[in-house]
Design a protein around this ligand. Structure first.
Ligand code: DHB
Ligand code: FE
Length: 283
């Protein structure tokens, strides 16, 4: 049977991907941000997943304002990198696991979570940057070390889903993974955040105290974390801090009690607070 072995929380700041693609991660600005990923890359090698269930958000790349699904599950054989602004990153095509995607679609939708099924989808920095952070540089004509089932969450246009809805969806995804008949090591990533605001009067806002409390709650009190309101995200973490609702899908899928094996927090990278946590799920 498939086993959900760990959850990873991780920012997706596009400039992190650009720094890797341009080979400038040794510059003083970037060194402290990347130091915190050294443990993670070694840990990924030691605990190599077969599949990552990757919860992320699209930034008007795969979807534009004409259609904005709240939860869109990737069911394709592959997902091509694409991006706004800087163009597609020179990273490998992301390979899917169609049989697992189909199983999750069936299990979760019959469990009464109405997902949108994506048989074709391009993926932007929201997905590729966490992959690069966790696996390091991989040549474009090479393969990522594992398959990916992406779940795209709307955090771009109001109203995004609540933290609680994301947390409950995580539990449904866990039930789906637990009932999959192939022997697979599955990890789940919750990506985006942490505090940042990219526009208007409060552009540049970062709230390190709040972010660190959120990381504590991810480990110790995920139910309380899932009850954080949209108003609190907006007030305390800026307009783009709402990306953190995606971490609740990851946390909801894990056991109540987890082991935090790594944490990294650094400000700033570009306009954003970089937050990262690795939670092991013991049987
Ligand atoms: C930045 C952060 C994001 O989450 C994003 O999607 C785009 C830009 C930034 O900090 O520059
Ligand atoms: Fe973003």
């Amino acid at each position: 049977m498939a086993r959900l072995t760990a959850g990873v929380g991780c920012s997706h700041v596009p400039a992190i991907g650009i720094a890797m693609d341009q080979g400038i991660t040794e510059q003083p600005y970037w060194v402290p941000a990347f130091e915190g990923f050294e443990f993670s890359r070694k840990w990924m090698k030691d605990n190599k997943p077969d599949v990552i269930f990757l919860v992320y958000n699209d930034h008007c790349t795969a979807f534009d304002a004409s259609c904005i699904p709240t939860f869109a599950l990737g069911c394709a054989a592959e997902y091509h990198p694409a991006d706004e602004g800087w163009g597609p990153r020179p990273v490998p095509v992301v390979k899917g696991h169609q049989r697992l995607s189909s199983h999750i679609a069936q299990s979760v939708i019959l469990d009464e979570f109405d997902l949108t099924i994506m048989n074709e989808m391009e993926v932007d920095h929201g997905l590729t940057v966490p992959m690069s952070i966790m696996f390091g540089e991989i040549a474009q004509d090479d393969d990522w070390p594992c398959l990916v089932v992406p779940l795209c969450v709307n955090v771009v246009q109001y109203p995004p889903p609540t933290g609680n809805r994301c947390f409950q969806l995580g539990k449904a995804i866990r039930r789906a993974i637990d009932s999959y008949d192939e022997d697979l090591n599955v990890m789940i990533f919750g990506t985006g955040g942490m505090s940042h605001q990219l526009q208007a009067e409060r552009a540049g806002l970062i709230n390190a105290d709040w972010d660190k409390r959120f990381l504590d709650m991810m480990t110790e009190d995920p139910i309380a974390a899932s009850q954080i309101t949209h108003e609190e995200y907006l007030r305390e973490t800026g307009s783009e801090g709402i990306e953190m609702v995606m971490w609740h899908v990851m946390r909801g899928a894990l056991n109540d009690k987890v082991t935090e094996v790594h944490r990294h927090y650094h400000v700033p990278a570009s306009n954003t607070a970089v937050g990262h946590i690795i939670l092991e799920n013991h049987e």
